[in-house]
Ligand binder design. Structure first.
Ligand code: ZN
Length: 250
C-alpha cells in the first residue's frame, strides 16, 4: 500500500474541517498583497513618505500638534480607496459565515477585515473604522472621517474639537486585550496569519490557544508553548487559495 503524504494545504484543510471554533491573529502580511505596505518593512509608509513615527503615532505629540498624524492619515485613507480585501480576508469571511470562525484578532489598522465582511473583529491597534471628538465625544463613522480628513486636513467636530480616529498611539493601551485572549482560549484551532509575532502584547495572543496552532507567514515564527502543528512560510493568498480547493464552499 502506498503511503499518502498530505501536502500542507490538504493538512490545513482537514484541520479546518475538524474544527468548530477557529480563531485568527492577523498582521501586516495579510494586507501587503492588497497594497498596504508593512509600516516597518522596507516599503513601509514610514520609509517611502518619510513620516516620523515619533510624531505620527505619539499621543503627547498629537495633543500638541495633530497635523503630522493627519498628513499620514490622508495618504493612508487615499491608499485605502484604491485597494480591496485580499483572498485571505475573504476566506476568513466564508469561515465565519459557516459558523466555524469565532473571531479575528488583528494588529492591522486598515479595517480590511470589516470591509471584506467579517463581523467579529478585534482590532488591537484600533483603526479608522470609528472616530470620536476629543471635546464632546461625538462618534464619527469611517466614511465621515474619510471625507473630513480629505476636506479639512485636521478634522473638526461641529463643537470645534479635534476628531481622533480610534487608533492606538504610542503611549496608549492596546484595545480588546482580554477579549483577544478569550477568543484564543475558546478556539479549537488558531491561525497566525501574516504576523511574525514580535510586537507585544499582540504576540502573546497565540499563547492562549488551547488547540492546534497553524502559522502562515513569509518568515519563520517562533512560538514557545502553543501546539504548532503546521508552519507554512509562504504568501497567505497563494497558500489559502490552495487550501480553499480542499474545503467545501469556501
Ligand atoms: Zn465635538
Amino acid at each position: 500500500m502506498l503511503a499518502v503524504t498530505l501536502n500542507a494545504a490538504q493538512q490545513c484543510a482537514s484541520l479546518i474541517k475538524e474544527s468548530n471554533s477557529i480563531a485568527v491573529l492577523t498582521g501586516a502580511g495579510i494586507s501587503t498583497s492588497a497594497g498596504i505596505p508593512d509600516f516597518r518593512g522596507p516599503q513601509g509608509l514610514y520609509v517611502t513618505k518619510r513620516y516620523d513615527p515619533e510624531k505620527v503615532f505619539d499621543i503627547d505629540y498629537f495633543t500638541r500638534d495633530p497635523k503630522p498624524f493627519f498628513e499620514f492619515a490622508k495618504d493612508f485613507l487615499e491608499l485605502e480607496t484604491k485597494i480591496k480585501p485580499t483572498f485571505t480576508h475573504q476566506f476568513l469571511v466564508q469561515l465565519e459565515k459557516q459558523e466555524k470562525l469565532i473571531g479575528v484578532v488583528t494588529q492591522n489598522i486598515d479595517s480590511l477585515h470589516q470591509l471584506a465582511g467579517s463581523k467579529n473583529v478585534l482590532e488591537m491597534h484600533g483603526s479608522f473604522w470609528t472616530s470620536f471628538c476629543l471635546n464632546c465625544d461625538k462618534k464619527y463613522s469611517f466614511e465621515e472621517i474619510k471625507i473630513k480628513i480629505q476636506e479639512e486636513g485636521v478634522p473638526h467636530c461641529s463643537c470645534g474639537g479635534v476628531i481622533k480616529p480610534d487608533i492606538v498611539f504610542f503611549g496608549e493601551n492596546v484595545k480588546h486585550l482580554n477579549a483577544s485572549f478569550q477568543v484564543a482560549h475558546q478556539s479549537d484551532l488558531f491561525f497566525v496569519i501574516g504576523s511574525s509575532c514580535v510586537v507585544y502584547p499582540a504576540a502573546s495572543v497565540p499563547l492562549y490557544a488551547n488547540g492546534n496552532v497553524v502559522i502562515v507567514n513569509k518568515g519563520k515564527v517562533k512560538l514557545d508553548g502553543p501546539n504548532v502543528v503546521l508552519q507554512v512560510e509562504d504568501d497567505c493568498d497563494s497558500f489559502f487559495r490552495e487550501v480553499a480547493k480542499y474545503v467545501d464552499n469556501v
